[in-house]
Design a protein around this ligand. Structure first.
Ligand SMILES: Nc1nc2c(ncn2[C@@H]2O[C@H](COP(=O)(O)OP(=O)(O)OP(=O)(O)O)[C@@H](O)[C@H]2O)c(=O)[nH]1
Ligand SMILES: [Mg+2]
Length: 139
């Protein structure tokens, strides 16, 4: 068990569908702490940096178009094993494989619009929190 911080995004589809409260509620109910929260619309440059690991994928352009298409809600979430724990709450990347009871399993149908993002490792969490909440990254 490790105390961790992770970057969670309610993506533009989640905000447009009015699911911010639902996602926040599930995070709080689980027992994690919301350390910081901001509604913002990403510049393309910021989105390309955030999704830099996917730059060579065929869907990269589509991904950046989507994540910059409207306001999103960025959160720094903390708790015991919060990185993997949040990925479990979110469900599998592809909503048709996400377990019912998970956010993607309950609210999404297509991979390109899957409501939430969560950091996938401690390295990703540090890098991504540095983009969205630089004040919250240790050191
Ligand atoms: N259109 C499209 N989008 C994809 C595809 N694969 C992944 N994505 C999108 O790209 C995002 C990032 O992919 P990954 O990092 O592999 O998946 P993930 O870690 O579960 O999702 P994130 O938390 O958003 O990073 C996914 O959440 C999807 O929205 C694909 O084949 N087509
Ligand atoms: Mg990812």
């Amino acid at each position: 068990m490790a105390a961790e911080q992770t970057l969670i995004l309610v993506k533009p589809d989640g905000v447009a569908r009015g699911l911010v409260g639902e996602v926040v509620s599930r995070i709080e109910r689980k027992g994690y702490t919301i350390e910081a929260l901001e509604l913002r619309t990403l510049e393309r440059e910021t989105a390309e940096e955030h999704y830099g690991e996917h730059v060579d994928k065929p869907f990269f352009g589509e991904l950046v178009d989507f994540i910059t298409s409207g306001p999103l809600v960025a959160m720094c979430v903390s708790g015991d094993d919060a990185i993997v724990g949040m990925r479990t709450i979110m469900g599998a990347t592809n909503p048709i494989e996400a377990t019912p009871g998970s956010i993607r399993g309950d609210f999404a149908t297509v991979i390109g619009e899957n409501i939430v993002h969560g950091s996938d490792s401690t390295e990703s969490a540090t890098r991504e929190l540095g983009i969205f909440f630089p004040d919250r990254v240790p050191g």
